[in-house]
Design a protein around this ligand. Structure first.
Ligand SMILES: NC(=O)c1ccc[n+]([C@@H]2O[C@H](COP(=O)([O-])OP(=O)(O)OC[C@H]3O[C@@H](n4cnc5c(N)ncnc54)[C@H](O)[C@@H]3O)[C@@H](O)[C@H]2O)c1
Length: 327
């Protein structure tokens, strides 16, 4: 679309990489920001020519002035805020976790507020971790507006961001949409326990065995679909402060493994059926559906095949570090 300049934070992460890819392939001008400067993950999902079309900028989201200046200087029209520290990092360093995840998000809202008009769309990454253990949510599918009872600092920080979003709408009419992914999988998903779904597919491509450390029913979202959701939300013109559950594929890890083995009979994937993730999995995504109309969703089987094909190509080209399978 003409006249658009997207700015991403957390561009070097998995969802960031896929969001960049989608925008670049559409021909949109994109400013890719992150604290990190080596585009390892973007390079796993884009060609060198595509990477060259991106404007890269080092940006620490805790630096309010730098965030505001960049939004002004680059004429940013849409913000997709993905930067954040994950559960173990927040646990290991709560102050830094709060600085990046909470203050960093306030800073992005401040930049949007300072330049609203020029900026016309704002989407940020919340997380399913804003919800508490599944036992607190007996009514299923679980709606967007249930009580938030996060059980980790990471979840508390994401909850704070959803609260921040509501007040920016209430006090200054800065609209936003927060998305709550559960397990994102695809090429470039390589950190944290829930990356085991993606790593199992890397192992298939590499001809190696792999053990998924959890089992039971989970919600899976393909990284490419999630990227498309962030982009569509930023363009939606939504007036309000929505925080939306994602759904897409709700499957047992055993069913996921069976789907993989149907396609790749040589696959050696096992899983721990006794280790259940604590989150509710039966999520109602009608809030997001009412904003977007149609939710991007590649069928699980197709996404598995696409991911294995991409991993095979990366392995053949020597563009992926297989040591992540040993972690
Ligand atoms: N991947 C999932 O399954 C999942 C699930 C729920 C929510 N989320 C959320 O979605 C967002 C993106 O997820 P991801 O998996 O791509 O994350 P990721 O951890 O791969 O990437 C996050 C990025 O943020 C950057 N970052 C850290 N501190 C920063 C700072 N001070 N300034 C600027 N950048 C900084 C990191 O360098 C990294 O590139 C995160 O906010 C995450 O909490 C992800």
């Amino acid at each position: 679309m003409s006249g658009e300049t997207f700015m991403l934070t957390g561009s070097m992460g998995c969802i960031g990489a896929w969001t960049l890819r989608n925008l670049v392939q559409e021909g949109v001008r994109v400013i890719a920001t992150d604290l990190a400067t080596d585009p390892v993950r973007p390079a796993q999902v884009m060609t060198d020519a595509e990477l060259a079309r991106i404007t890269w900028a080092k940006l620490d989201v805790t630096d309010l002035n730098a965030v505001k200046q960049l939004v002004a200087a680059e004429g940013v029209t849409h913000i997709i805020h993905l930067a954040g520290l994950q559960v173990p990092f927040c646990r290991a360093n709560p102050s830094l976790g709060a600085a990046v995840n909470v203050v960093g998000t306030v800073n992005l809202f401040e930049a949007a507020r300072a330049h609203w008009g020029q900026v016309r769309g704002f989407t940020y990454a919340s997380s399913l971790a804003v919800l508490g253990p599944a036992k607190y949510y007996p009514d299923t599918p679980v709606k967007d507006d249930v009580p938030l009872l996060p059980a980790t600092l990471y979840g508390v920080y994401k909850q704070a961001n959803e609260g921040t979003a509501k007040i920016y709408w209430q006090d200054w009419q800065i609209p936003s949409i927060g998305l709550r992914p559960y397990i994102v999988y695809g090429v470039a998903r390589d950190q944290g326990m829930t990356s085991d779904i993606a790593k199992a597919l890397l192992a298939v491509a590499a001809g190696r065995p792999y053990h998924i450390r959890f089992g039971g029913p989970v919600g899976l979202q393909y990284a490419d679909d999630v990227a498309k959701m962030f982009i569509a939300c930023a363009r939606s013109g939504y007036a309000g402060a929505a925080a939306c559950n994602l759904r897409n594929d709700v499957v047992d890890v055993g069913e996921f493994v069976a789907l993989v083995k149907e396609r790749y009979p040589q696959a050696q994937i096992t899983y721990n059926a006794d280790n259940l993730l604590p989150f509710p999995y039966d999520l109602d995504d009608s809030g997001l559906r009412s904003i977007l109309g149609t939710i991007p969703h590649k069928p699980l089987g197709e996404a598995i095949e696409e991911t294995v094909r991409q991993f095979e190509a990366l392995i053949a080209a020597g563009r992926i570090d297989l040591r992540q399978l040993d972690a």
